[in-house]
Design a protein around this ligand. Sequence first.
Ligand code: NAP
Ligand code: 12T
Length: 364
Amino acid sequence: MTERTYNIAILGATGAVGTRLIEQLEDSTIPVNSLKLLASVRSAGKKLIFKGQEITVEEATADSFIGIDLVLASGGGSVSRRFAPEAVKRGAVVVDNSSFWRMNDNVPLVVPEVNEADLQAHNGIIANPNCSTTQMVVALEPVRRAFGLRRVIVSTYQAASGAGQSAWEELVAQTEAHNAGEEMVANILPVKGADKHYPLAYNLLPQIDVFEDDGYTHEEWKMIHETKKIMFGDKNSKAVKVTGTAVRVPVPVGHGETVYFETEPNTGATAAGIQQALSQAPGVILEDNPKEQIYPQPLNAEGKRETFVGRVRPDLENDDSFHMWVVSDNLLKGAAWNTVQIAERLVDLDLVRVPADAAGKFEV
Ligand code: NAP
Ligand code: 12T
């Protein structure tokens, strides 16, 4: 039998995530027959390089997906809402970075280190989780397997690039302006299109995404429900309690998170046992040696596919309770690498095929 090769499209190819999707695909095991790069009309005609060859970016239309086997999408929620069903209708499987399809019961939400088996039941769209959720579940899953997990309280320290290329550029411009004694200009953060904008340079913003009526931001809401869906198979699972606070920090790339968690009681959980489980876990690098001042940092995580964990220690007053510090490149494991990793698994498991009854499942 000749090996199957794949016609692939990247939707949103010119963005912060899209450019990394091109690089991660280049470094993947996927046998690529052809690659189509899609964006909005603004970038049509722009040229990008894949495996040493120039590819001209095209404006995405529904018919862009004719003849495509696999779509890697990072064009944002409204783009995925419109184009993912059109791609599935034309026989393509979509791995989607936007938040639009993640909570749909017909859509698996997958981090391969945690719930690869959920890929088996896909209907043509597979969702890639939120960046801050992904690195957290990579670090919590080895704990859950060894000692169970009852409760999680997270605080995030999220990089500007999570909000796109323009937010990253805004942070750099603000830093340069402030250093030159000029006024800082803010047009993007905390949320593109919101009524008010604040500078991130020399600042901290306790708002990522829009506010819900209950006082939580949508980013915090996503972390709660996505963690439950990925680790416990149900977005409203009561088997674990999850809460947290998401904060934007003036770092270009690499999210940090302090994670407080409680294991099941009487499972013998110790900090050493948790470190042991983490040191053997797929996708995790344990960097935990306080005496030598060894702990994860965004500068060291940039460009790496793994999730880095350190500062593992017991809570001093609560039983079965621990703290850790988790860092990863938000554009790689948080987005482009997890997407390409899902695509690699789909190829290896021969799951790049759309079930006959799939298209009707994604009416919006
Ligand atoms: P970005 O840097 O702003 O890039 C946006 C991309 O979408 C660009 O390629 C843009 O093309 C394209 N696009 C915009 N409107 C389009 C349209 N109507 N049709 C086709 N393409 C269109 O943003 P990013 O950081 O790469 O993020 C992109 C999306 O990925 C986000 O909105 C989010 O949904 C998702 N994301 C997910 C995570 C995660 O947690 N997993 C992390 C970051 C981002 P032009 O060059 O033509 O404007
Ligand atoms: N953390 O697709 O950092 O859930 O602004 C999009 C943007 C997650 C997402 C951000 C994020 C998403 C951000």
